[in-house]
Ligand binder design. Structure first.
Ligand SMILES: Nc1ncnc2c1ncn2[C@@H]1O[C@H](COP(=O)(O)OP(=O)(O)OP(=O)(O)O)[C@@H](O)[C@H]1O
Length: 243
């Protein structure tokens, strides 16, 4: 794995949204084959960074290189899978119809819908309309759609929100199986306890990177017992507490 170039290289990335600077010149690399967690409080810019990697975010400065090509290049369309926070599948179609439709659009193999439905634990729901599924099941249909064609880079925006602990565990196992098969995963979360499930962590706050390391190195460097404590250590003492 060490001889593979980084899956993502971000240099000097600055993004302005609604007149305010949301990302303040980020520099980072995401190693190929890693399960990288992007963690930080709500509003710190996680989705904006993910959108920049997918190539759907207007940027003010800097470069984003994905699998050796500029983010958003046409050649990356089938190589990058993106799951947004809101499920983006058709509620009036069945699970199988959704997956069949997206497989056709992507030019994925005909056997792929059944394969990805199995991967996300929805093989027994392919005949059910998406509108009649639970929120967690719907989220898994979106994830399944992103797995069509076996993309090399998967970008998942808070994929485990609202899922029960058993499903969360199963999904994290799936993410690691995909990485073991060679894929790179970039997964955002504001739940710090998911950090230990990642092989690398990017900690963000207010549009800046606080840390880019392995969970173990982060805990060793900060002397913290868990990633939440490490985050607070890196943020520094709160002025209110010192008054
Ligand atoms: N369409 C938009 N127009 C203007 N500003 C926006 C827009 N979308 C997001 N922002 C601002 O950009 C900043 C970063 O938002 P972003 O969605 O990237 O954060 P986040 O870390 O993903 O948050 P969350 O965990 O709540 O999803 C926020 O201050 C937000 O208000």
């Amino acid at each position: 794995m060490a001889d593979r170039p980084p899956a993502v290289a971000v240099r000097g990335l600055r993004v302005v949204r609604g007149g305010g600077t949301v990302l303040h010149g980020l520099d980072l690399e995401i190693p190929a084959g890693s399960v990288t967690g992007l963690l930080g409080p709500s509003g710190c810019g996680k989705t904006t960074l993910l959108r920049s990697v997918v190539g759907v975010q207007r940027t003010a400065a800097g470069t984003v290189t994905v699998l050796g090509e500029p983010a958003g290049s046409a050649g990356l369309r089938a190589r990058v899978g993106y799951v947004t926070q809101a499920p983006s599948v058709y509620t009036d179609l069945t699970v199988g119809e959704n997956l069949g439709y997206f497989a056709e659009v992507l030019g994925a193999p005909r056997t792929d819908p059944a394969r990805v439905a199995e991967l996300v634990g929805l093989a027994d729901r392919t005949g059910q309309s998406v509108g009649s599924l639970s929120g967690g099941q719907r989220a898994r249909v979106s994830l399944a759609a992103a797995l069509l064609g076996a993309p090399e880079l998967l970008i998942l925006d808070e994929p485990t929100v609202g899922l029960d602990p058993v499903l969360r565990r199963d999904l994290w196992e799936l993410f690691h199986r995909l990485a073991a098969a060679g894929a790179t995963l970039l997964i955002s979360s504001h739940v710090m306890d998911e950090a230990t499930r990642c092989t690398r962590l990017l900690l963000m706050r207010e549009g800046r990177l606080l840390a880019d390391d392995t969970p173990e190195a982060l805990l060793a460097a900060t002397g913290a017992a868990d990633v939440e404590a490490a985050f607070l250590h890196l943020v520094g003492p709160s002025p209110e507490v010192n008054r």
